[in-house]
Design a protein around this ligand. Structure first.
Ligand code: FAD
Length: 338
């Protein structure tokens, strides 16, 4: 199936619920259709490109004056199996959380802590999604996709993906020039649970035995108690990344602000909690017009109804400025501002 339209509304394609339009919109369910489409439309190749999944990590500041490509590729297939692991190739268009449910139902571990993260499977490697001590990069074996610079299908090993904290080669060098069509995951038949983040262990034990189902249910319960549901309140999850700073800066801040959370990451570096930095100057729960900081989670900016992308962006800049003035720390957006 293909769908091509002009002046296409993107409101249903971004979880902030911003009314933006794309000059052209192309959706496909078969990889062949993408190359046929691009090869038969010489002029379209000149357009700016934006690849979009479920739009849960995107903020549109304006209409998009170019071609939005939505890979809606389905399918989950077993690629190989041994005593310890199973390798599954999953289409970019599958819903991430439905894939997590699938893995848990088949007793396969490695992604259960990533339950309820919105979005598509194809976008998961882009920012190396992570939560509660797991990151998708740890279970990615390969990423397959379409290279728009030469219209060829190529694949990347996990090493070539250059995964880091909320980053990968697809979010940097290859942004909008490589369309992920499927991802091969290596899941575990005998999972080792990651329980030492937040209340995961406590909540999983409350449900009885610690197993994939109870860990998934625990994560879902915790997330539902803290994060707004995109169906009720437009948002894109954490708006900012947790900043990494030199250890000397972290130590200096610790002397000034007794309770500041500091997490050493690698030699000479430490991560600060962006949510804490935003909460401290009093932003939690603040609302200006239809934009606000969520009342339970200071990292999440919300659209209460009819806010524009520009208004949300301007509000985020005010927060950045205020955090910089108080702590001298620069926040960086996790959300892709388009
Ligand atoms: C309530 C909420 C909670 C969240 N919690 C978390 C969390 O705990 N951890 C976390 O890491 N993230 C979290 N997120 C962010 C978001 O869910 C993830 O980044 C998700 O992977 C985005 O998927 P998507 O399909 O919506 O991607 P989109 O928002 O459509 O796109 C995101 C980026 O990926 C690119 N992209 C999308 N699909 C492809 C593709 N097939 N090929 C190449 N590039 C592509 C886009 O161009 C864009 O740059 C949360 C978001 C929300 C709304």
């Amino acid at each position: 199936m293909i769908r091509f339209s002009e002046n296409h509304s993107l409101k249903q394609h971004n979880t902030f619920g911003i009314e933006a339009r794309a000059k052209y919109f192309f959706e496909f369910t078969d990889v062949e259709d993408l190359s046929v489409f691009l090869n038969s439309n010489e002029s379209i190749k000149e357009e700016k490109i934006l690849v979009i999944g479920e739009g849960s990590n995107i903020l549109f500041l304006n209409d998009f004056d170019g071609l939005v490509i939505h890979p809606n590729l389905p399918g989950i297939q077993v690629v190989k199996e041994d005593r310890q692991n199973i390798w599954l190739e999953v289409g970019a268009g599958e819903v991430w959380d439905e894939f997590v449910q699938y893995a848990v139902d088949y007793q396969l571990g490695g992604i259960e802590n990533l339950s309820l993260i919105p979005g598509s499977v194809g976008a998961a490697p882009v920012q190396n999604i992570g939560a509660y001590g797991q990151e998708v990069g740890n279970v990615v074996e390969k990423v397959k996709g379409f290279d728009l610079s030469n219209n060829m299908l190529i694949e990347f090993s996990a090493e070539q993906c250059d995964f880091g904290y909320r980053s990968s080669i697809f979010k940097s060098k290859l942004k909008n020039s490589f369309i992920i069509t499927s991802v091969v995951f290596r899941l575990e038949k005998f999972p080792e649970f990651v329980l030492n983040y937040g209340q995961v262990e406590e909540k999983a034990k409350e449900k009885g035995e610690v197993n994939l189902h109870s860990v998934r249910d625990a994560v879902i319960e915790i997330r539902q108690s803290k994060l707004p549901d995109v169906k009720d309140l437009g948002n894109a999850g954490s708006f900012f990344k947790n900043p990494e700073v030199d250890i000397e800066i972290a130590e200096k801040l610790k002397n000034q602000f007794e309770n500041i959370p500091v997490y050493p990451t690698k030699p000479g570096k430490a991560k600060l909690a962006a949510g804490w930095l935003i909460e401290k100057p009093g932003w939690k729960g603040v609302r200006e017009g239809d934009v606000g900081v969520h009342e339970k989670q200071a990292l999440v900016l919300v659209n209460y109804g009819y806010s524009s992308g520009q208004e949300i962006f301007d509000f985020s800049e005010k927060i950045k400025q205020s955090v910089f003035e108080k702590f001298g720390v620069e926040l960086e957006s996790e959300v892709n501002c388009i």
